[in-house]
Ligand binder design. Structure first.
Ligand SMILES: Cc1cc2nc3c(=O)[nH]c(=O)nc-3n(C[C@H](O)[C@H](O)[C@H](O)COP(=O)(O)OP(=O)(O)OC[C@H]3O[C@@H](n4cnc5c(N)ncnc54)[C@H](O)[C@@H]3O)c2cc1C
Length: 310
């Protein structure tokens, strides 16, 4: 067994009592995505501390072995063939959060569910996070995607955030130094988001509740919330609604294999009958082709892909 081979080093982590985390080999990614789709990752590794995160990334970078971070998998489509690399999930030390009553700021670890912060803000009677009602994801995923609604997103609440990379170690960014674009940020793709400070503001509990109720009621009305899906599949092209474009091409309810363009919202592709990633991709391509042919508009995916070869 060659110890210079990153695969062997990763396998050996399973027997290392000092390794602060958990290693699973050939872990089906269908267990880690909202879609319930995805073949096995070479390894799925939960890192419970910065020490174990840095250990795993160092093995991968030095061995030129693919790796990525996955939060809740709420915006992820993984190939049926899986991912021949390491999927890193952030555990224990990244699940902490706190609220400072003096500054009205939340400290939030990357693995905290964002909806937890939305709920806590409501309980504390502080405003600024109602827009996240019903948006699934870890804080790391929410920041990386600059998740939000058409009129608001997480970027404008970020005071600062910390990342880790093999080349620079821990880095701190001020929120204003990051470009917060539509479902995209300027955070380099080789940096793992560790935690952040978010700014809240004084609010009225009843008003906060009313806003949250309104958002949730709207979601329930127009989105297939209980389905296995990734939320919006496509970004809205400037001045257009991706859902309306797809619907006007007659694709609402269109099915390929176990996947369907939701009859409720045409920008949602759902897995309602043991769909494969191939089924979902076929619907993605079909929607892109039809919309392009009819309107000469490109639909760009919002969903992130893992394990697909160009
Ligand atoms: C029913 C439903 C409704 C949704 N509604 C909305 C909505 O209203 N608005 C919206 O914006 N989105 C929405 N989404 C999409 C999803 O909620 C967001 O994209 C969310 O940010 C995904 O977070 P996650 O932890 O699941 O990230 P994942 O899906 O696990 O990963 C998404 C991306 O983030 C990267 N990433 C994750 N964690 C880290 C980290 N710590 N460091 C670096 N990179 C990281 C991953 O590598 C990947 O590229 C919805 C999804 C569903 C299923």
């Amino acid at each position: 067994m060659s110890l210079s081979d990153p695969k062997n080093q990763i396998q050996l982590l399973r027997f290392d009592d000092d390794f602060d985390g958990e290693v699973r080999l050939e872990e089906p990614m269908s267990r880690h995505t909202f879609y319930r789709i995805g073949g096995p990752a070479f390894a799925w590794i939960q890192c419970d501390s910065i020490a174990s995160l840095s250990q795993v990334i160092s093995i991968c970078v030095k061995g030129n072995f693919p790796w990525c971070v996955v939060g809740m998998g709420a915006n992820l489509l993984v190939s049926d063939d899986g991912f021949e690399g390491v999927v890193i999930h952030l555990g224990r030390d990244f699940k902490k959060w706190d609220f400072n009553q003096c500054t009205f700021q939340f400290y939030v670890g990357s693995s905290v569910a964002f909806t937890r912060i939305v709920q806590q803000a409501f309980h504390l009677g502080v405003s600024g996070f109602e827009f996240g009602t019903g948006t699934p994801g870890t804080m790391g995923g929410i920041l990386t995607m600059n998740a939000g609604r058409p009129d608001d997103s997480i970027g404008s609440r970020v005071v600062s955030l910390r990342t880790y990379s093999a080349s620079d170690g821990i880095k701190t960014y001020r929120g204003e130094d990051i470009d917060w674009e539509y479902r995209h940020t300027s955070i380099p793709s080789d940096e793992v988001v560790l935690d952040c400070i978010l700014q809240a503001r004084a609010g009225d509990k009843q008003e906060i509740q009313e806003k949250m109720d309104k958002i949730l009621a709207h979601r329930k009305q127009v989105q297939p919330l209980s389905a296995h899906c990734c939320g919006s599949v496509f970004k809205n092209p400037e001045g257009h609604s991706a859902g309306k474009l797809i619907e006007s091409c007659g694709l609402k309810g269109k099915r390929i294999g176990g996947a369907q363009i939701s009859p409720k919202h045409a920008n949602f592709i759902v897995n309602d009958a043991n769909a494969s990633a191939k089924d979902v991709c076929a619907l993605i391509h079909l929607a892109q082709q039809k919309v392009h042919k009819r309107y000469n508009i490109e639909l760009h995916p919002e969903v992130r892909f893992l394990g697909f070869h160009e």
